[in-house]
Ligand binder design. Structure first.
Ligand SMILES: Cc1cc2nc3c(=O)[nH]c(=O)nc-3n(C[C@H](O)[C@H](O)[C@H](O)COP(=O)(O)O)c2cc1C
Length: 228
């Protein structure tokens, strides 16, 4: 039996036994992960509403570059690297604030229209100094399923979020339903085969503000051990 920890599958005399799955004893984890700061960072990362960001404090382009480099390190099946990031700053934010409410009117069924949701589309982009439009590039003849390309983008967004957190920035992924529509594509600046996956708001935290702590259900409630 070799390297159980990494494969999770026993290999006895060349015969694989998919029945055996083990995990390292909990006490070994901090030692083997000398990078316990990574775990702390995962625990501390939060979603910050744009209203909690300082609208007047710019995020330097060099820092944005670092975050984007981190995002692009995400895993990607078939190396399609499907993530696309459109960085909207400064005056360009007004274009989104001007045109997205019209898209909202167009794509939202009358019975579901909410004035406060529409109004948010005019304010959000000025509360956050940076909006990153998130998109997935997926060619129709791709050998990789659309879902897998979208999953790779989600991995990239998590990298982005963790890197932003490490830099002391506040960030949030937001997905108003209109981002998925064809009508929004020209306003968002998306090209053929690029599918909108949301907005990533980014900025420095307003002094004294912080998002409420959010707990998760204990991991055993989400886990089943398959041992035989
Ligand atoms: C794919 C995705 C879409 C999200 N969309 C929204 C959204 O539209 N509005 C919002 O307030 N938060 C959105 N969030 C952020 C969640 O609300 C947030 O992750 C959740 O409340 C847990 O908080 P935490 O990120 O601070 O742990 C989204 C998160 C993900 C992963």
């Amino acid at each position: 039996m070799k390297d159980l920890l990494h494969t999770g599958v026993a290999d006895e005399g060349g015969k694989r036994n998919a029945c055996v799955v083990t995990a390292p004893p909990a006490t070994e984890i901090p030692a083997s992960l000398a990078k316990a700061r990574l775990l702390a960072s995962l625990q501390d990362r939060r979603s910050w509403k744009p209203a909690m960001m300082d609208p007047d404090r710019e995020v330097p382009r060099a820092l944005l570059t670092t975050l984007l480099e981190a995002a692009c390190l995400a895993p990607t099946h078939g190396l399609t690297e499907p993530w696309r990031f459109l960085i909207v700053t400064g005056e360009a934010r007004q274009r989104l604030a001007t045109h997205l409410p019209t898209v909202y009117d167009l794509v939202t069924p009358a019975a579901q229209q909410r004035p406060e949701k529409r109004a948010k589309l005019t304010t959000l982009f000025h509360q956050a100094p940076v909006t990153i439009i998130l998109a997935c590039h997926h060619a129709p003849d791709s050998k990789i399923p659309l879902l897998e390309n979208q999953l790779a983008v989600a991995c990239a967004v998590q990298n982005l979020h963790l890197a932003a957190h490490a830099a002391g920035l506040a960030a949030m992924w937001s997905t108003p339903p209109l981002v998925y529509t064809e009508a929004a594509k020209p306003v968002l600046g998306l090209e053929t085969h690029e599918h909108g996956l949301g907005f990533f708001f980014l900025g420095w935290p307003q002094p004294g503000s912080s998002p409420p702590p959010i707990s998760r259900q204990p991991w055993p409630e989400k886990t089943r051990w398959i041992t035989c």
